[in-house]
Design a protein around this ligand. Structure first.
Ligand SMILES: NC(=O)c1ccc[n+]([C@@H]2O[C@H](COP(=O)([O-])OP(=O)(O)OC[C@H]3O[C@@H](n4cnc5c(N)ncnc54)[C@H](O)[C@@H]3O)[C@@H](O)[C@H]2O)c1
Length: 702
């Protein structure tokens, strides 16, 4: 392996021993540290102090090769280590967590750091109660340069070597995802996508996983007990249940939100529970489901009362999103409770159909007749002072809710909730948002930089997990071989649910020129590109999509076209004077892959449209829709940019200063082979709107 590190593992028990041996086998230099001399002696003589299949061979191999050594001397073990992994036991006999030994070791590491012995990253693998890292360990590290990552352990005893090599889940908790990515690099190559979360989240994930396993076993056992008494085979019931990987053994229904209701769930849970009661069976898990649901509703009522406003809007009043079925809707129970508290209630549901009022109205409890029903979101927002979300809003609704600036009780945790780090969260699984139009300005590059950057390439991404790693490697290797002076590649990801930014971050640990910006609370290609340029330092700014439709080496061709006179590019001006280089499909030598006729037509008409609407600015520009171009930063420094939609070049060309000297580099746009196109009808609409906006702006300038 290329990147070998020095790793110290403190606590050579079941977890520490597997971790140390497997990391050593991967090529790292590993030192195991333990206070238990008998255990160390056993390991030195190749004897495992516990039974763990497959570990013995690995241990023998790494002790023989010298990649693993063990010691009881902390200082000897941690000297010049880049990573120290804490794997000591944290359980007391009564099952409660004991954190004191971990805190004591951290104190020792801090002292060693002050004595100049250790200056690396502390990776806590021991299971710790939620909040320990942030509230207790981080304060211990204050004033030092030591870094902290919490990496929960999911190895199963009995198959831990196999689980280490092929983990089911890999989680890194840290305040800086880049630090998590540095630890992740220790485990390369690794096919399981790493999850980068906060310290608190990582600690909780470990407990949530175990609680969920326990819950599943208890549920299967209760169902097995009930089945047996009803002359059914519990194993068959549960086997068939697990076959449904869309609704049952899946992520469905596993997102925190509002209470459940509706015609089926409450009545069927009630029936199973009463079945057990009649059979004299104790089924506490099933019996606890409806009380748990009621308690959740009570919390929402208390949260809504906490809004301290008179007029409350309830978003969603059917029993679940996407239906107009009001039967046993918990949102209506919430409304009733709030009416009883003297609140004015305004109900809005995107799926409510006034035409069905006559059939749905009789189902509204009489007590709800005092509530106001709304069918128009705008007028609903105008009369409410606070909102309770009982359903997750769609993208456009979420946008209207954010823009209303009203206080929101959000059981889903999806409405731009400020996180600890000040970042914002996005509505999950939403289609790409058209970000609100707002001004972005690009400043001049920092003049006092000792290492001026020649070229900054922004790679905007959304759901490009499949190809981003190889794309970044290809792009960097093209740039390396062309050597355009110092360069940087900035990935701007719109918080893709497929972990694109995390994969890019992991790639960045091996590609020093790559930086990753995770944009939260906003979506939209053109804005993402310009956001990237805002943090870029290059004299030349450029962009290329990570979809391989543009070959990564195209950026080098563009750079050459801008910086040399000797090129094959076609130019409207002298190449040496050109300020913009555009990769062009619609010029001689260029073309497109095996596109369908409708796609051809759409692309051609959008191109013509742009040239027609912005004729004075785009006259002679063959491909104003290009997603790959490079230009001189000075062209737009200080200019107010208002990008929207998915095409940024028209924005740059239309708003840039002075006459345009442009060089075109023909290329052939290939069909996508990785990932999926995100272009839809909405994108085309946004594009046209943007053209008209630019047209009006141009007229104003005149
Ligand atoms: N065993 C598992 O399957 C499993 C799975 C996931 C997480 N975990 C967590 O991992 C942690 C370790 O578990 P384990 O099963 O490996 O424990 P273990 O008891 O097998 O090993 C702990 C080791 O730490 C050593 N130790 C204790 N204090 C020390 C100190 N001050 N300095 C150096 N060494 C010290 C002990 O001598 C022992 O060898 C626990 O927090 C546990 O909850 C365990």
């Amino acid at each position: 392996m290329s990147n070998c590190s020095i790793v110290a593992v403190i606590g050579i028990g079941r977890i520490g021993c597997v971790t140390a041996a497997c990391l050593a086998r991967a090529g790292h230099t590993v030192r195991g540290i333990d206070i238990n001399e008998a255990r160390l002696a056993a390991i030195r003589s190749r004897c495992l102090p516990f039974h763990e299949p497959a570990l013995h061979g690995v241990l023998e191999e790494v002790l023989d090769s010298g990649h693993l050594t063990v010691t009881s001397d902390l200082h000897e073990g941690i000297a010049s280590a880049e990573f120290v992994m804490l794997c000591i036991g944290t359980e007391s006999l009564d099952g409660t967590a004991v954190v004191a030994p971990v805190l004591q070791i951290v104190d020792q590491l801090v002292q060693a750091h002050r004595d100049g012995i250790f200056n690396g990253t502390i990776v806590v693998r021991s299971t710790l109660p939620p909040g320990t890292c942030r509230e207790r360990i981080q304060p211990q590290l204050a004033g030092t340069r030591l870094r902290l990552v919490f990496q929960p352990e999911f190895l199963r005893e009995g198959s831990s070597v196999h689980d280490f090599v092929d983990p089911s889940l890999v989680v890194f908790g840290s305040e800086d995802p880049a630090e998590g990515a540095r630890v992740a690099a220790l485990y390369e190559p690794n096919d399981t996508i790493s999850q980068y979360v906060s310290l608190d989240e990582a600690e909780l994930i470990k407990y949530a996983c175990n609680a969920f396993h326990a819950l599943k076993i208890a549920f299967a056992n209760e169902m097995g007990t009930l089945s047996k008494r009803l002359h059914a085979r519990g194993s068959e019931v549960m086997r068939v249940l697990a076959l449904d990987t869309r609704l049952n053994a899946s992520a469905a229904y596993l997102r925190p939100g509002f209470s459940f209701g509706g015609y089926c769930l409450p009545k069927d849970v009630r029936l199973l529970e009463s079945c057990g009661r009649h059979l004299d069976l104790e089924l506490p898990l099933l019996a606890g489901v409806l009380p748990s649901n009621d308690a959740h509703l009570d919390r929402s009522i208390a949260d809504a009362m906490g809004l301290k406003v008179r007029s409350i809007g309830i978003f969603g009043f059917s029993f679940k999103a996407g239906t107009d079925d009001l039967r046993a809707s918990p949102a209506l129970s919430l409304a009733e409770a709030l009416l009883r508290e003297g609140k004015e209630i305004h109900l809005f549901d995107p799926f409510f159909m006034p035409a069905n009022l006559s059939t749905t109205q009789p189902l509204l409890p009489v007590t709800l007749r005092a509530a106001h029903l709304h069918t128009d979101m705008k007028s609903w927002l105008a009369v409410v002072q606070g909102i309770v979300l009982t359903q997750a809003p769609g993208t456009l609704e979420a946008q209207s809710l954010v823009e209303s600036s009203l206080p929101i009780v959000d059981c889903f945790g999806i409405m731009s909730v400020p996180r600890q780090d000040g970042a914002q969260t996005n509505p999950p699984d939403a289609a790409p948002l058209s970000a609100p139009v707002g001004t972005l300005v690009i400043a001049a590059a920092a003049a006092n930089s000792s290492q001026p950057i020649e070229l900054s390439v922004v790679v905007p991404t959304y759901q490009e997990a499949a190809g981003i790693n190889s794309f970044l490697h290809s792009l960097c290797s093209s740039l390396e071989s062309a050597r355009p002076g110092s360069y940087e590649v900035i990935v701007v990801d719109d918080d893709s649910p497929d972990n694109t930014w995390q994969i890019a971050l992991a790639a960045a640990t091996r590609l020093p020129a790559v930086r990753v910006v995770r944009r939260q609370g906003e979506r939209g290609l053109a804005r993402a590109v310009i956001r990237g340029w805002q943090v870029a330092q290059g004299r030349l700014l450029g962009t290329i999509n990570a979809d391989f439709q543009h070959p990564p080496e195209l950026i080098v061709d563009l750079w050459k076209a801008l910086t040399t006179t000797d090129n094959a590019a076609q130019s409207r001006s002298q190449p040496s004077a050109a300020q913009v280089a555009v990769a062009t499909r619609y010029a001689p030598g260029g073309g497109v892959g095996d596109w369908s006729p409708p796609r051809h037509l759409l692309s051609k008409s959008a191109t013509l449209m742009a040239r027609l609407i912005l004729s004075d600015r785009l006259h002679g520009v063959s491909d104003p829709m290009s997603g790959c171009y490079l230009f001189n930063r000075s062209l737009i420094t200080g200019v107010e940019l208002k990008p929207a939609g998915y095409k940024s070049l028209v924005e740059i060309l239309a708003r840039s200063r002075g006459p345009l000297n442009l060089v075109e580099v023909p290329y052939r746009m290939e069909l996508r082979t990785t990932g999926k196109s995100k272009v839809n009808f909405r994108c085309s609409f946004d594009y046209l709107t943007q053209l008209w906006r630019l047209r009006s702006a141009a007229k104003l300038k005149v």
